[in-house]
Design a protein around this ligand. Structure first.
Ligand SMILES: [Zn+2]
Length: 226
């Protein structure tokens, strides 16, 4: 009875199917969580996300956890995460990425988890960086710290139109700057983003890390459309 009243005034529904959540469920019901389309790319070294970066930047691992299709559940969830302040959804889905990492990648592989930074202006507008919450979910499960103090975004857009290959490279390389780079010498960084499309932003950020001696970079994205 009390619970019903609480639900009436503070509805606690699944972000996917909108059903009332049961005890032990948080933000997404267990049915929807198990029903989300998974890529299982983490099990395949030469998967489409890893291949996207071939010849562009050297990664140790590259994978997405979920498949992003138009009008699919993952698209709805990412929309809530990015535009409706449902940051907990990022955390819950990040934990799924983390479980996959624990099952498929040796422990202590990564030293830091770094969410791809938004441009400060964009972050101020949105109020948060959605990838931070995904990173925190992974961190919770994998026990690897999130580090948001080593890279900043200095440009908002990756413009690639009407540029030759060389100019494109320069443009891509300029959107991030490192700080405290002595902290990542010899470290393996897991770079995290919500969605990968062209991969240009992730490429640019990964390149920056690889300018530091003996760093390694892997990329985990929540969802890819391929
Ligand atoms: Zn549901």
């Amino acid at each position: 009875m009390l619970n019903d009243l609480v639900n009436l005034f503070y509805p606690n529904n699944c972000g996917c199917c909108n059903n009332v959540l049961r005890k032990g469920e948080a933000h997404i019901c267990l049915f929807c969580l198990s029903d989300l389309p998974r890529t299982n790319y983490i099990k395949i070294k030469e998967n489409p996300v890893a291949k996207l970066f071939w010849g562009r930047v050297d990664l140790i691992y590259g994978f997405s956890t979920f498949n992003f299709s138009k009008k699919g559940k993952i698209q709805d969830l990412i929309h809530l995460l990015k535009y409706k302040e449902k940051t907990d959804i990022g955390f819950v889905l990040g934990k799924e990425v983390g479980k996959e990492i624990n099952e498929n990648i040796p422990p202590n592989t990564f030293d830091f988890i770094v969410p791809v930074p938004l441009h400060p202006k964009k972050q101020r507008l949105r109020g948060y960086n959605q990838s931070t919450f995904i990173a925190q979910g992974i961190s919770e499960v994998c026990l690897v710290p999130v580090n948001e103090e080593i890279v900043v975004r200095v440009s908002n857009t990756v413009s690639q139109t009407k540029k030759n290959k060389h100019e494109r490279w320069e443009n891509v390389a300029e959107i991030f700057q490192l700080k405290n780079q002595e902290n990542i010498v010899g470290k393996h960084i897991l770079l995290v983003d919500d969605v990968v499309t062209t991969g240009s932003t992730l490429e640019s950020c990964a390149r920056k890390f690889l300018e530091v001696p003996n760093t390694k970079v892997s990329i985990a994205v929540l969802a890819s459309g391929f």
